[in-house]
Structures are given as structure tokens and as C-alpha cells.
Design a protein around this ligand. Structure first.
Ligand SMILES: *Cc1c(COP(=O)(O)O)cnc(C)c1O
Length: 359
């Protein structure tokens, strides 16, 4: 690439683009997508709805029907819901409104790489605090890090990615109290909440500075749609609306999300089979020479014992199975992350892994 004639903002010099490598393989277990498509009935409803779109008109700016449908799904007030192009857009809005130049965000590592990345591209300073060796975060450790960093924005993901660990309830409650008392916003990223035993959604309250983000990308089998949302107090939703582009939600995704919510039984059914399959996969991995972390999500973090992670990853690729290679990431030396697939896909993964570990 030739040198560009002008330079971007100085603070972008250290920011690298986000990459999630894709390879042409038979079994793709690297990006935590659902292995199952959404229902055919939903696809038919959406096709009919798309027929009726008035293409010459702007979409509903407030996404009122979608908002009401999301609120109905959770049994909450529509004024607490903000819809977005993927939960990543909601995270970006949080950074634009409550972060930015002169403000600071804190992440607890290892965690979701995009929290720090989105914060940085919005000009927010990022402090990376450490989790314990086993990737848990105790309330007192969180308090110490918060007191030291004095952040305006706090990011937690529960279940966390790439570890799969569900955050302790007492930790989230303590961090939420700290945030409210120190004029900071706590963001709990719940991209995988439906797979997990508890959610911070019930903690959202007018008096708290807490936002919970959710996505249609994983549990709803709709990664292609780019649809997510945030639940927070109405005053916060109001501030976030100021930084979103007008008409950011296309008529197509508004309809896609609203109609999908009518198929929630099917979603819960897919989630239940994936959770069952996850437990089967954990038991199978426990039999092998790998360390396995407990997961509340649709993926599992593991570390081969005695063989370098990168070598195992390549061995899997050679057998046409792609998992996420985290082996060179800070704090995750030798680790790989496998998405729960169909039983057939998982069998191919396990067979390949057994072969590699035995060689
Ligand atoms: C996959 C994932 C998301 C999803 O982001 P979208 O923009 O909604 O697709 C968000 N947070 C975490 C932690 C994830 O792993």
C-alpha cells in the first residue's frame, strides 16, 4: 500500500483494524454463530413484509414497533430500549455519549477485544485491568481496579468472550453500585445471555447507571441481519439517541427483528439444544489432554496440554475444522476457542482433535 496523502487523527495511529480470519473449511466453529438457521416461517413472513416496504420513504426513525416488540419480549418499558445495527453499534453509542476525548473506559482482561477497540476509535482512553489467573473477577479486585482507574465507562461481558465464564452476580452488583456512586456507566454485554444461568437485565433501574446490551447475532441465528439492542434507564436511552445517525435502522432489519420476536419458542428450543450439546462437548473435552474452562455461552475455551495451541489449530485446519486461534493473545497463551456446532460438526472437531493429540 502506498503512503496516504493525509494522515488520520493522531490517536488512531496505534489502533489496528478488527480482523477475524475466515478460511475455506468444511466445519466453521470460529465465530460463535448459531449452526442453525432461523425458522422458515420467519423467512416467509419477512419476505412478505419486505414486499410491503415503501422504498421511497425513510424508515421509522424511532423504530417504535421493533422497540415495543423487544420490550414485550422482556416485559419492560419501551422507553428503556434502544435498537441498533448489532450490539456493537449500541456499544459505540455508549462510547460516543459517555466516553470520548478526555474520558476513560476500563476493561477487565481477558475480555471481548471490541470493547477496548470501539472505545479507542471514539477517542476514549482505555485502561486494561486484570482478571484472576482463572479469569474470574472478585468484587474486591474489581473495586481496587476501579478506584485506581477512575473510569467514566466500565465494560463487563457476561458470559465473557473468549473465556465463556459467567460473571459473578455479586461482582456485577458491586460494580453497578460503584458506577452509580462515581458518575460512571456500567455496560454489561450480554451477547450470550440466553445460554447463561442469570442476567443483569433485572438490575436495570432508573436510579442505576447500568446498560445491558443484547444481540440477535447469536441466540436468534441472525448474525447476517446486524441487529442488537440496549436496555437502560430512559434518561440514558435519550442521551444515546443523540449520537446515533438519523434513520440508522433500515426498514428491513426493523421488520426482521420485530417478526423474529414472534418466534421466540423456536429460539429457546435452539438454545436448549445448544446448551445440551455444549455440556456433551465439555464432557468429551474433559476426557482429553486439554484444560477446559466452564462456559455459560455457545463456545468453549480450552488449552491443549503438551502441544502448542497454534500447532493444534493448524492440525484442525488441515482436517478442515476452523476454531478461533487465541494462542498468541495476551493472557491466553496456547488457548483455542471452539463454537458449539451441530452434533455432526462437533464430532468432526472431536475426531480431529483426538487424532492431533494422539500423534
Ligand atoms: C458476538 C458478540 C457480540 C455481537 O455483536 P453484534 O454487533 O451484535 O453482532 C457482542 N458482544 C460480544 C461479547 C460478542 O461475543
Amino acid at each position: 500500500m502506498s503512503t496516504p496523502p493525509i494522515s488520520p487523527r493522531d490517536d488512531l495511529a496505534l489502533v489496528e483494524g478488527y480482523h477475524s480470519p475466515q478460511l475455506d473449511v468444511a466445519v466453521r466453529l470460529n465465530t460463535n454463530e448459531s449452526p442453525y438457521p432461523p425458522p422458515e416461517g420467519w423467512k416467509r413472513e419477512l419476505a412478505a413484509e419486505v414486499e410491503r416496504i415503501e422504498w421511497n420513504r425513510y424508515p421509522d426513525r424511532a423504530a417504535a414497533k421493533l422497540r415495543a416488540a423487544v420490550a414485550g419480549f422482556h416485559g419492560i418499558d419501551p422507553a428503556t430500549v434502544l435498537c441498533a445495527n448489532g450490539s456493537n453499534e449500541a456499544l459505540q453509542a455508549l462510547c460516543l455519549a459517555f466516553g470520548g476525548a478526555g474520558r476513560r473506559a476500563i476493561t477487565f482482561e481477558p475480555g471481548y477485544a471490541l470493547h477496548a477497540w470501539i472505545a479507542r476509535i471514539t477517542g476514549t482512553e482505555v485502561v486494561e485491568a486484570e482478571r484472576a489467573e482463572d479469569f474470574t473477577l472478585a468484587p474486591d479486585a474489581a473495586m481496587t481496579a476501579l478506584e485506581k482507574a477512575g473510569p467514566d465507562l466500565v465494560f463487563l461481558a457476561s458470559p465473557n468472550n473468549p473465556t465463556g465464564l459467567v460473571e459473578q452476580e455479586d461482582t456485577v452488583a458491586a460494580v453497578a453500585d460503584w458506577a452509580a456512586a462515581h458518575r460512571a456507566v456500567l455496560v454489561v454485554d450480554e451477547a450470550y445471555a440466553e445460554f447463561a444461568p442469570w442476567s443483569a437485565l433485572d438490575m436495570v433501574d432508573e436510579g442505576r447507571t447500568l446498560a445491558v446490551t443484547r444481540t440477535f447475532s447469536k441466540t436468534w441465528s441472525m448474525a447476517a441481519a446486524r441487529l442488537g439492542y440496549l436496555v437502560g434507564p430512559p434518561w440514558m436511552v435519550g442521551e444515546l439517541e443523540k449520537v446515533l445517525l438519523p434513520y440508522h435502522m433500515s426498514a428491513v432489519i426493523q421488520a426482521a427483528g420485530r417478526l423474529a420476536l414472534g418466534w421466540s419458542d423456536e429460539m429457546h428450543g435452539r438454545v436448549a439444544s445448544l446448551v445440551e450439546e455444549r455440556e456433551r462437548l465439555v464432557r468429551a473435552l474433559d476426557e482429553l489432554s486439554v484444560d477446559v474452562w466452564p462456559s455459560g455461552a455457545n463456545f468453549i475455551l480450552f488449552r491443549p496440554r503438551g502441544l502448542p495451541g497454534a500447532e493444534v489449530w493448524q492440525g484442525l485446519v488441515d482436517r478442515s475444522v476452523l476454531v478461533r486461534n487465541c494462542s498468541s493473545w495476551p493472557r491466553l497463551r496456547g488457548c483455542l476457542r471452539v463454537t458449539v456446532g451441530t452434533p455432526e460438526e462437533d464430532e468432526r472437531f472431536l475426531t480431529a482433535l483426538r487424532e492431533i493429540l494422539a500423534s
